[in-house]
Write a protein that binds this ligand. Sequence first.
Ligand code: ADP
Length: 617
Amino acid sequence: MTVEVTPHAAAETGNRPPRAVAKQRKQQQALARKEILAPVQGALTLASIVMAIASVCTVVPFILIVEACRELLDDPVDTDRVWRLFGLSMLVLLVRALLQAAALTWTHLVDGGYQLTVRRALAAKLTRVPLGWFGEHGSGEVKKYLQDDVEALHYLVAHARLEFVGALLVPLVSLGYLFTVDWRLTLVLLVPLFVYAMAFRKMMDRESMDRLAVYTRWERRVQQATIEFVDGIQVVRAFGQAGKAHREFQDAVDGQADSFDRWKTPMIRLQAVADIMISPVFVMLVIVVAGLAGVGADWLAPLDVLPFLLVGLGLGSALLGLGYGGQALRAAGAAAERLYEVQQSPELVSAAPVSDEPGEQAEAGRVRFESVGFGYREGHEVLRDIDLELRPGTITALVGPSGSGKSTLAKLLPRFYDIGSGRITIGGRDIRDYPSDELYRTVGFVFQDVRLIRGTVRENLLLAEPDADDAALERAARAAQIHDRILALPRGYDSEIGVDATLSGGEAQRLSVARALLADTPVLVLDEATAFADPESEAAVQDALAALVAGRTVLVIAHRLHTITGVDRILVLENGTLVEQGDHRTLSAAGGTYQRLWEINEAALGAVSLVESETAR
Ligand code: ADP
């Protein structure tokens, strides 16, 4: 569950998500991180153990040097021992460097393989989600998952754990050692560290995090406003609304600056205090003042101050490591959460086998909807109790007012979405029992959002049928009334889309109709707007389709009724239920929804021809 706080609401009224929600969200993030990192957990634990040994080795040389100094001040001086101690400290330093390098190399190697695995798993997942998922998640978003988010995980896998182990163990081992030297001075040294920890905690408290969340939302709003501003500039300027669009952008920028102020200002003092507390100069000052006082009071030998100066000074930088990783950790955590959500998104499921009525000899290509119900969201049914049959060799048109559910119904057949109740069968078999490649060899579709791939016209057509020969390509292109246009391109069928083939919207649609025809699926679902894109070729495409329909089951979503008067059957949808079905002649005189829609269509056509004849005069 995501918690939405609008920038305005949170920034201006101080509304915050309830504590329980915030806690639940944190738990979800932790779960997401754990699940996403599960495949590399073992390897990371091993690397952490190596890093823990390296962390101990970071402190040991200082202890050895202190011992060497003690020896140097002894009388008589055992020079051999001094050299041994120095030599040993060098050796430990070398071992530490090697261990650290080994741990880092290991996590980077693990990360390389892991990124590949995650990308493959995501790609595999994307083959199992319903096609409708891609309508809700744009290509930019998919790119973000596969590329940016997987890359952001790099920090989690290759660095976060090691840095955490180092940042925790080095101070712990150091403090443990210093405690054995002099516990009183150690306690004094803990004071600045404690103040730092408090300041850091305050900077990370719920209030600051809320303010950061508000800032992040404003930041996203600025990005959105920028894109909208640039994308819509032509329309906006054409309608003289540039000032308004500019204002929205300006508001977003102002909001971002405000929220930045609100988030950062209270932190500046805290940040300054925290930085001073663990700065080497301040820590040294504390050690020197407290140490001298201890020596003066005679409860500390002067030489015992040395380990504090050598080891104590390094504590601050070790703690800083914890703070600096925070931002990268949050970004990686958010990426992990998004990827987890993708992994959890519902997949197309196979139906429990439902045996057909005994004796039923289903015709291949015969489509049946049986009591089908569907809603995009729970509790909001878009289609209710749909019962219909589409027979091979017939064209069925789906008509109805805008928003009545035509596109939704058509998209259920190629499983853009899975139905909520009832079942859909093709040739007597539940579509959920078709493996997806078989389903797409059975159901072809051309919807309004035409997609052409980067490549040549030929490659776009061959996508439907890789083994098709030139004659087959040409037949399909002719049928879709696009062959002549392709020949007029600089390199004909080998022209590259977007390079030397700039197709109009209608042409791109006809190319995708050709592609669907080439796929030669027994069932074809078309959007009339795509099939009959250009008025001048409308009749031609209609004739071609009529020829191609032989033996096929065709469902057409119709927007302009005069284009479908000749089809075999018309289904009328209203508010998600089928209210009428029959042929044009019967329905247009039945006094129902169809007749009303037909009269509106006629009136619109009449108005158009009136305008045309006026213009001609
Ligand atoms: P039509 O094709 O008849 O105009 P649609 O099938 O597009 O109707 O829409 C039917 C209803 O479903 C509408 O209320 C529409 O707002 C809703 N709807 C369509 N697509 C989506 C979607 N992807 N997510 C949520 N609701 C949708």
